[in-house]
Design a protein around this ligand. Structure first.
Ligand SMILES: *Cc1c(COP(=O)(O)O)cnc(C)c1O
Length: 520
C-alpha cells in the first residue's frame, strides 16, 4: 500500500515515509491509494477478537507485509495498548436500550488521543531503530525531534506517547500560566530525559506561531529532522479505525442484527474520519453523526455546502470587533467553550473527506483531477476563509454523515441528565456534546426500527473538572473527589515538575533550548 497527497504531485510514499513525514510538502494530507475492503469472512473470523487482534487485522490491510511483518505489527500493537487500564482497551457502556458510550479514555492521559499516540510513538521508534541498524558504526544515527504546541490537552497525550522512546526527543510548548493545573501537572511531571516542556510567556497562538516558524526554517528542520504528532498524521487516523470494529462486535453480541449509528464529538475531524474509513471498508453502520460545539464550521457545512471560517453577518462583525488588533485569524473567531479540545476554526482532517467527495463527484476515476479540485478548494479556504462546494458534493457528503451543533447550555444540561439517569453516568463535556447530538437525532422521525446509537466518549470527566463541577454543583449528593477523581490524579499536583521557561515567544530562544537539549 502506498500513499499520496490530497493536493496532487506524483510521488507515492511508503507507510513508513508517510508516518515520518506527517504533512505533505505541498500542504496536502496523505491518503492511501485505495480503501481496502474487508475479507469475505471477517464477521465470522473477527467477532471474538480483542482490540489487539483487531488492530493487527485492520492495520495490516493498510501496511504492506514487507514494510512491517505481521509479527512485528502484533508486537508494536501489544506494546502500545499495554499501557491502557481497561482489558477491553475501549470498553462499551450501556446507558439505555438504545444508547451506549464507547469509552476511549482508558489510556495513560485519560483522553482519546492516547489510542493513536501510544501507537505512533512505537512506530517512530521502530522505524528509526531499523534505519539505524543499517548504518555502519561510524555513521551518525537518525533521530527525530518532535516539536508541538498545546493549549493544554494534546500535549500530555503526545508526551506519554513519546516518553522514553529511543532516538526521539519531544519539545512541547505551552503558554505559561494558561493551562489548567492538572494539565500542567500531567505534562510537567514526566521527567524522562527525552521529554522537554517549554513554558512560553505568551498565548497559545504565540506558541503555535513559534512551532510553525521552526518547521519553516529549512536549515534547522533538516539538521534536527523535526517531526510532528498533530492529528493530520495518517497513523493516528488508522489506529482509531479499530474501536469502530471492536464496538460493532460488542453491540452485535448484546443485540444481534441491530443497526448501529456512531455519534462523534468532533474538532479536527480525525476521530469521525476513522469511522468513515471503517464504513467505506464495509463495516455496516448508519450515517455518522458529526457533533460540534459552537465552533460549528462542520455543522454549517452539512446544512449549506459552505465551508467557511465564520458565519457572515452579525456574528462575524461581533467576532471581528473583539478580535486581536494584529489581525491573527485564529484570534478573530474561535469561541471558548466548555469543550476546549473541539474549539477549532477549521478542521484539518476534513480535507481528506473532501478528497473522496471530489473524486466521486468528478466521476472520471481520475485521482489527479480530484487532487486539482481539492487544491483549489483549500487555496480558496486559505485566501478567502471559505469555499462553497457544488450541490452534488454536498449530496454525497450527506449520504454518509449528518451533523449537529451543541451549545454550552445543552452540554451542561446533558451532564445533569445522565447523572440523574439510571444507571447514573458522569460524562465529560466533550462526551456530553456527543450525547446531546444523539438525543437530538433520536427525537427526529426516522425509519423503524431505530438504530442503536454508540456515542464516543473522548475524555474522562476528571480531565475537564470545571465543566463537570459546574454542571453538578446543585446536587447535594455529588462529590467530585469521591465520584470522579481517579486514583492516578490524586497527589499529581504535589509531584515534582520540570519545565523550561522561555521569556518570550522568540524563535531563537526556543531554538537555543532545543539545540542545547538535543546535543546533551
Ligand atoms: C481531540 C479531542 C476531540 C476532537 O477529536 P478530533 O479528532 O479532533 O475531531 C474531542 N474530545 C477530546 C477530549 C479531544 O481531546
Amino acid at each position: 500500500m502506498k500513499y499520496f497527497s490530497t493536493r496532487g504531485d506524483s510521488e507515492r510514499l511508503s507507510f513508513e515515509d508517510t508516518v515520518l513525514t506527517g504533512l505533505a510538502p505541498n500542504g496536502g494530507l496523505y491518503i492511501p491509494e485505495h480503501i481496502p475492503t474487508l475479507p469475505s469472512d471477517w464477521q465470522e473470523k473477527w467477532k471474538s477478537h480483542s482490540f489487539v487482534d483487531l488492530s493487527v487485522e485492520v492495520l495490516s490491510l493498510y501496511i504492506s507485509e514487507d514494510e512491517i511483518s505481521r509479527d512485528d505489527l502484533r508486537k508494536l500493537v501489544e506494546k502500545s495498548y499495554s499501557t491502557f487500564r481497561h482489558p477491553d482497551i475501549t470498553p462499551l457502556q450501556k446507558l439505555n436500550e438504545k444508547l451506549f458510550v464507547l469509552e476511549l479514555f482508558h489510556g495513560p492521559t485519560f483522553a482519546f488521543k492516547d489510542v493513536a499516540l501510544q501507537l505512533l510513538g512505537n512506530l517512530f521508534e521502530f522505524f528509526l531503530a531499523r534505519r539505524n541498524a543499517k548504518k555502519s558504526s561510524g555513521e551518525p544515527k537518525e533521530k527525530l525531534t518532535v516539536v508541538g504546541a498545546t493549549s493544554g490537552d494534546t500535549g500530555s497525550a503526545a508526551i506519554y506517547g513519546l516518553r522514553n522512546k529511543e532516538n526521539v526527543s519531544i519539545f512541547i510548548l505551552h503558554p505559561k500560566g494558561r493551562v489548567s493545573p492538572i494539565q500542567q501537572a500531567q505534562m510537567a511531571t514526566i521527567t524522562d530525559a527525552n521529554v522537554h516542556n517549554i513554558a512560553v510567556k505568551g498565548t497559545f497562538d504565540d506558541c503555535q506561531d513559534t512551532v510553525k516558524a521552526l518547521f519553516g526554517d529549512r536549515e534547522f528542520n533538516e539538521k534536527h529532522r523535526l517531526g510532528a504528532v498533530n492529528s493530520i498524521n495518517w497513523a493516528r487516523i488508522l489506529a482509531q479505525t479499530v474501536y469502530y470494529f471492536l464496538s460493532y462486535f460488542h453491540v452485535q453480541a448484546i443485540s444481534p442484527g441491530a443497526r448501529i449509528q456512531y455519534v462523534v464529538p468532533t474538532g479536527n475531524f480525525g476521530d469521525v474520519l476513522a469511522g468513515y474509513y471503517a464504513k467505506r471498508m464495509g463495516l455496516p453502520m448508519d450515517k455518522l453523526v458529526v457533533a460540534t460545539n459552537s465552533n460549528d464550521i462542520l455543522a454549517r457545512f452539512w446544512k449549506t455546502g459552505k465551508y467557511e471560517r465564520v458565519e457572515l453577518g452579525a456574528e462575524t462583525v461581533a467576532a471581528l470587533t473583539n478580535g486581536a488588533p494584529d489581525g491573527k485569524e485564529s484570534v478573530v473567531a474561535v469561541k471558548e467553550t466548555l469543550s476546549p479540545a473541539m474549539d477549532i476554526l477549521v478542521s484539518s482532517n476534513f480535507e481528506r473527506l473532501l478528497w473522496y467527495l471530489a473524486y466521486e463527484a468528478e466521476g472520471t476515476g481520475s485521482v489527479d483531477a480530484a487532487c486539482v479540485v481539492v487544491d483549489g478548494w483549500m487555496k480558496s479556504v486559505k485566501s478567502d476563509g471559505r469555499v462553497e462546494v457544488p450541490r452534488k458534493v454536498l449530496e454525497l457528503a450527506k449520504r454518509d454523515f449528518t451533523a449537529e451543533r451543541v451549545s454550552d447550555d445543552q452540554t451542561l444540561a446533558t451532564i445533569r441528565r445522565f447523572y440523574e439517569s439510571e444507571p447514573s453516568y458522569i460524562a465529560d463535556p466533550h462526551t456530553a456534546v456527543g450525547l446531546t447530538a444523539a438525543q437530538i437525532i433520536a427525537s427526529e422521525p426516522i425509519s423503524n426500527p431505530s438504530p442503536i446509537r454508540v456515542s464516543l466518549s473522548t475524555a474522562h470527566p476528571a480531565k475537564f473538572s470545571e465543566a463537570v463541577a459546574e454542571a453538578l454543583a446543585s446536587f447535594p449528593a455529588f462529590n467530585f473527589d469521591r465520584d470522579v477523581l481517579p486514583e492516578e490524579f490524586q497527589g499529581l499536583l504535589q509531584k515534582e515538575q520540570r519545565v523550561i521557561e522561555v521569556g518570550s515567544a522568540d524563535v531563537d530562544l526556543v531554538k537555543n533550548v532545543i539545540e542545547s537539549k538535543v546535543s546533551a
